[in-house]
Design a protein around this ligand. Structure first.
Ligand code: GFB
Length: 327
């Protein structure tokens, strides 16, 4: 099929999701997917399609093809991915690149084949160069070398963005790509080996308080700076983008504020009520020195994050106590 300009087919320009539209949330049990589910359900979207991992293996092309053929969703939130913190990324690089490339290829291609009205693909702020100018704007994609600890994951996510843009350009598919900053919230992974820093430190500090420990170990120097977005705010942004945004390239989703890992540990300690010290295990990597997203693009469309970090820590700690703290 030859090249066709997207606008000829009327795919561009945003028709908003209706409450009865069939919405497929891929990855519905994860941090992001579960938050999208809560958000949609609370707002009366009543035709949501999900599959557990045992019901549908997204790495199996034939199964994904049949699933889309049988169900023909109107909208797709592509939140299925293999994700993990800095050590998980550097320990399992093959899993991170293979799983994400295959899942993305299958879901995006079958979304195109089955004629979904719109797909939102989720990337990550680690797609940007390690030494990108701060705050990082969308234009810096592919302008420099990536952070080595998560390069395989980042390359799979960049491939997903390029795939969205290519299907838009060649077929007029309304596929968009949102790049969230570091996330936290209910349903995060609290496993100390594979989690991201927020969940790891919440758990370590909570357990240190219970055990009356003198200190908590922070990986690396504690100096890297990160921006943390509450996952319910991300869900709000994703539905907003689904309804209001239809362009190629990544769009950043963040708070516009960052802090050092050491400062995060202190904030978490204040909420948890831990008064001990921190020690720094510099045998562990720091990763990217700073990763603050420029959020002007999404702000100019009318969206900004609503939950302060303090508030988000309180909500997440309450969830942690109610769901995971019994050990
Ligand atoms: O959250 P995190 O694992 O991922 O680590 P990245 C952020 C920073 O926190 C690093 C430090 O400097 C870590 O060394 N840190 C301190 C800890 N203590 C801990 C701890 O107990 N656990 C963890 N995990 N970190 C990931 C990427 O990078 O960010 C992914 O690897 C993804 O690809 C994700 O993009 C959002 O922010 O460094």
């Amino acid at each position: 099929m030859g090249y066709r300009a997207a606008n000829e087919f009327g795919f561009l320009g945003c028709s908003k999701m209706k409450k009865t539209d069939l919405i497929y949330v891929a990855g519905q049990t994860g941090l992001v997917g579960s938050s999208i589910m809560r958000y949609l359900e609370q707002r009366g979207y009543n035709n949501i399609l999900t599959r557990t991992h045992s019901e549908l293996d997204l790495t199996c092309q034939a199964d994904v093809k049949s699933f889309f053929k049988e169900n023909s969703p109107d909208y797709v939130f592509m939140a299925a991915a293999r994700v993990g913190g800095i050590i998980a990324n550097s320990t399992y690089p093959a899993n991170f690149i293979y799983d994400n490339l295959v899942i993305t290829t299958n879901v995006l291609h079958e979304s195109y084949n089955s004629g979904v009205k719109k797909l939102l693909y989720l990337g990550s702020s680690c797609i940007y160069p390690k030494h990108a100018d701060q705050p990082i704007n969308e234009e810096s994609l592919l302008s420099g070398k990536l952070e080595p600890t998560n390069e395989p994951y980042a390359i799979s996510k960049i491939a997903g963005i390029t795939m969205c843009d290519s299907y838009r350009r060649q077929y007029g598919s309304d596929f968009i790509s949102a790049m969230p900053t570091n996330l936290y919230g209910p349903n995060d992974n609290f496993d100390l080996e594979t989690s991201h820093v927020f969940a790891a430190l919440m758990r370590k500090i909570h357990e240190a308080k219970l055990d009356d420990s003198d200190s908590v170990t922070i990986w690396g120097s504690g100096k890297p700076k990160r921006e943390f977005l509450f996952v319910n705010d991300l869900a709000d942004a994703l539905v907003f983008l689904m309804d209001n945004f239809s362009e190629p390239g990544p769009i950043n989703v963040g708070t516009g504020q960052d802090l050092s890992i050491h400062e995060l540990a202190k904030l978490l300690s204040d909420v948890i009520g831990y008064t001990g010290d921190f020690v720094f295990d510099t045998s562990k990597p720091d990763g990217t020195p700073r990763k603050l997203l420029d959020v002007n693009r999404i702000r100019s469309l009318g969206w900004s994050a609503k939950t302060s970090l303090e508030e988000g820590i309180h909500i997440t700690y309450r969830w942690f106590l109610d769901n995971l703290a019994n050990r």
